[in-house]
Structure formats: structure tokens, C-alpha cells
Design a protein around this ligand. Structure first.
Ligand SMILES: [Zn+2]
Length: 434
């Protein structure tokens, strides 16, 4: 099946209009009693499906929908609100801005927080073992409740706080979140019999392009930058697909495998085959020394892996036609990347970005794509990418040198340094894969 993520799926994830508020027949019940009866019914089905019993059912409370944002914020102070970990530092925002992963002036942390208020439907707080649902007629409460109850069941086997805090990379965090959210969405759909459950869909790479399109089709999210929307939704959507595939093969034991061995990052989340074979992404020494000595006046300012999901934001942010070409079919062919950021005394940013792709053709394609995006970012007609030499370079007064070059299946991008340093790293500092 080639079709992935039809719109109804996203609608269910966000604001299901088909409010199945109660399946309890009979006379009117007080709201608390109705909630408890609903939870009891879900518990039975959930325990049967997961072949495991709750040691203790979490406390469930219902709050007014108008309190969503404030409850979400205060919950983050006292318990597990997993998505709060998505963009953990301002240095990450600085990297997104310098590379064009977000438009100038964009702030991923801030925009994600705004988005959270829109999309939150319910939450599970692991420390207080409390589920909060909201009195919101636009949300399928039974499905939200089931989703949070799966998290509660997960928390009896795993320490969710520890699992999510012991991350080394924002991209690795997406893998862990993918296991937790994916299982929760998949099991909740099965337990409540959601009609829109997508099943085990085709693991096509164009899933990121389709996911972005689905997010932007929701009016409240139309302005959400891809660097924010994709990481928020990919753990649920891609994780659910992975959970579905593992369940189809091994039943409940497959879901246990997913939780005990979460994807290493977004690459394994997108490519179930690579997850099953535990294929690792290409990586390099994280120290600046692997790149070469910084020019005088420059200091290291952080490094990270962008990862396959976030890299898709680059074409999606600047040109959706270019993105459609780049992300459909096999997609970018990402196999690894690491970016090193530096700042000078005036606070100007510069970076070196190493990337690896599935083959030399994909590397050249990315080089050309990056160069075209640069000309859009700078609003300049730059000479075409030098396809034969597989490189292009442009010195921009006040902004330093922009360089992209491909070598084998690898690509090196650098922006902001002087030409001398750019040429030096191009010639000598393709650091060895570790
Ligand atoms: Zn969840």
C-alpha cells in the first residue's frame, strides 16, 4: 500500500470531531462517575490487548478545556511532559537559524510551545501518576484517555523520566519518543476501535513530505514551521507505524521490543527495515578538533546531529516544490550528519556541517538542493551548482563564505568563515567516520 497518512489520520491526532464521549448506556451519570466507568472499560480491553495487568490504575481528573495551556505549563514543572524535551536549548535554535532550518527570526522553542497549547488533548504525569483529560467536545475523550492509560502502563515497566532525560542528542530523543508515543497511539486505536487507524502503511520515505502537508492542512497549524511541526508529530505518526509492523510480526512481544529497544533516532523511526537490522547512522568525532583548528577569534558554540526528520525541514521551509522533488520517492537518502557551530567576538555565527548519504548520487543531489536553497535564502541568483566538480562556493561580504561540496557519498557544508578556512576544511578535514 503506497498511500500514507491520509488527512483523516491527522484530524484524529489533532482534533477529532467525532466526539465519542461515552459508550456507557443507561441513565445519566455524574461527570466523575462517567469518567471512571469509561476508564474501567478501557482498562479491561487494554489489559487484554497488552496481555499485562495494571498494578495500580492512575488517578484521572477532568479539567476545563480553557485551562489547557496553563495546565500544560505547570505539568511540565512537576511531571513528565515529554515534548518539552524536543528543543532543549537556545543553542539548538541558533543552529536552526544559521543553517536555514528555520527562517531568520524564527524561534523553534517558542513556536513549539505555542503549538503544544493547540494540540494537547490529555496528559499523563508520571511522578504523580495522574491523567488529565480536558472537557473538550472537539476531542475524542475515550481515545485520549486510552492513549494516556497506555503511558501509565508503560510507566509500570519503564522509568519514563529517566528514559527521556538520558538522551545525548535531540534526534535520539525523537527515537525514544517514537517508541512511547507510537505504542500509545497504536494500542489506543486498537482498544477503542478507531476507524481511522492507518494500519501498517508502506515505509516510503515520502512520509515526511506527506506528514508536513497534513500538518499544514489543519488551519490552526498552517503557520507552523516544519522544523517545529515535523518533530512534534513524527514520533506519533512514524512510531505508530513501527508499532503496527512489530505487532503484526510478533504480537504483544513486538511492542515490548519497541519499548525496550527504541529507535536510535529519526532514521530508524522512518525506516523500519533499518530499525529491525539495527543499522546505525554514520557519525563523526564530536570534538571540534576533528574539523581542524578554528580561525583566530572564533570559539566553539555547540554541535549536534540534525537527523533525517529535521533535515527535511530545510527544503520544506523554503520551497515546497523543491521539497516535493527532494522528499518523494527514496527521499534525501540521509545516513548521518553532524554540525559544529562557532561564534566570533561580535556574536556572528559560522558552522561546518558533515553529512553522509546512501550513495554518491544522493550526495550530489543534496549538494545541488542545498545550493538552490541558499540562493532562495539570500534572494540572489547564484551560478548553478558545479555538478562536475560537485562543489560550489560563494563569498558574501559581511557574511563570509558559503561552501558546499560532495566527496563520495559525503557532503560538507560550511557557512560564515573566511574563504581560507573554508578551503582548508574542504581539502583536509573530512573527518574519518567513527
Ligand atoms: Zn502520548
Amino acid at each position: 500500500m503506497a498511500r500514507i497518512l491520509p488527512l483523516p489520520l491527522m484530524a484524529t491526532l489533532l482534533f477529532c470531531g467525532c466526539a465519542r464521549l461515552s459508550t456507557q448506556a443507561g441513565g445519566p451519570l455524574a461527570p466523575e462517575a462517567r469518567l471512571k466507568a469509561e476508564a474501567d472499560g478501557i482498562r479491561e480491553d487494554l489489559e487484554a490487548f497488552r496481555e499485562r495487568k495494571f498494578r495500580e490504575l492512575p488517578r484521572i481528573v477532568q479539567l476545563p478545556a480553557s485551562a489547557k495551556c496553563s495546565v500544560w505549563d505547570s505539568a511540565a514543572q512537576i511531571g513528565w511532559v515529554a515534548r518539552k524535551g524536543l528543543e532543549p536549548s537556545s543553542s539548538v535554535d541558533a543552529i536552526f537559524q544559521a543553517t536555514g532550518l528555520i527562517r531568520p527570526g524564527g524561534n523553534a522553542s517558542h513556536q513549539r510551545e505555542r503549538m503544544d497549547c493547540v494540540v494537547v488533548k490529555a496528559m499523563f504525569q508520571s511522578r504523580s501518576r495522574r491523567i488529565v483529560v480536558f472537557d473538550d467536545s472537539t476531542v475524542d475523550r475515550r481515545q485520549s484517555l486510552a492513549h494516556e492509560m497506555v503511558h501509565a502502563l508503560q510507566s509500570e515497566k519503564l522509568n519514563l523520566d529517566t528514559m527521556l532525560r538520558s538522551r545525548s542528542e535531540p534526534d535520539a530523543f525523537l527515537g525514544k519518543l517514537g517508541a512511547l508515543e507510537g505504542e500509545a497511539d497504536f494500542v489506543a486505536d486498537r482498544v477503542v476501535g478507531a476507524a481511522s487507524s492507518p494500519g501498517c502503511v508502506d515505509p516510503s520515505a515520502s512520509i515526511l513530505w506527506t506528514l508536513d502537508r497534513s500538518i499544514h492542512a489543519v488551519p490552526q497549524l498552517a503557520e507552523t514551521p516544519p522544523i517545529v511541526g515535523l518533530p512534534v508529530y513524527s514520533p506519533n505518526v512514524l512510531g505508530q507505524r513501527l508499532a503496527c509492523l512489530l505487532y503484526a510480526r510478533w504480537g504483544a512481544a513486538g511492542l515490548d521490543t519497541l519499548l525496550n529497544r527504541p529507535p536510535r533516532g529519526s532514521f530508524q523511526l522512518i525506516h523500519p527495515t533499518e530499525y529491525l537490522k539495527d543499522v546505525h547512522e554514520v557519525d563523526w568525532d564530536t570534538a571540534w578538533s576533528g574539523i581542524g583548528q578554528l580561525p583566530a577569534g572564533w570559539l566553539p558554540a555547540g554541535q549536534m546531529r540534525i537527523g533525517e526528520v529535521r533535515l527535511a525541514a530545510l527544503p520544506l521551509t523554503w520551497d515546497r516544490n523543491l521539497a516535493a522533488d527532494a522528499l518523494r520517492g527514496e527521499g534525501l537518502g540521509w545516513r548521518g550528519d553532524r554540525i559544529w557551530m562557532a561564534r566570533d567576538r561580535e556574536g556572528r555565527a559560522a558552522y561546518v556541517w558533515r553529512m553522509s548519504f546512501s550513495n554518491p548520487e544522493k550526495a550530489t543531489e543534496f549538494g545541488r538542493l542545498w545550493w538552490r536553497i541558499l540562493s532562495i535564502r539570500r534572494d540572489r541568483n547564484l551560478p548553478a551548482f558545479e555538478k562536475r566538480r560537485r562543489r560550489s562556493m560563494w563569498f558574501e561580504p559581511g557574511r563570509g563564505t558559503h561552501l558546499v561540496c560532495a566527496k563520495g557519498s559525503d557532503v560538507l557544508v560550511s557557512e560564515g568563515f573566511d574563504s581560507l578556512f573554508a578551503i582548508k576544511i574542504q581539502k583536509s578535514a573530512f573527518p574519518r567516520p567513527r
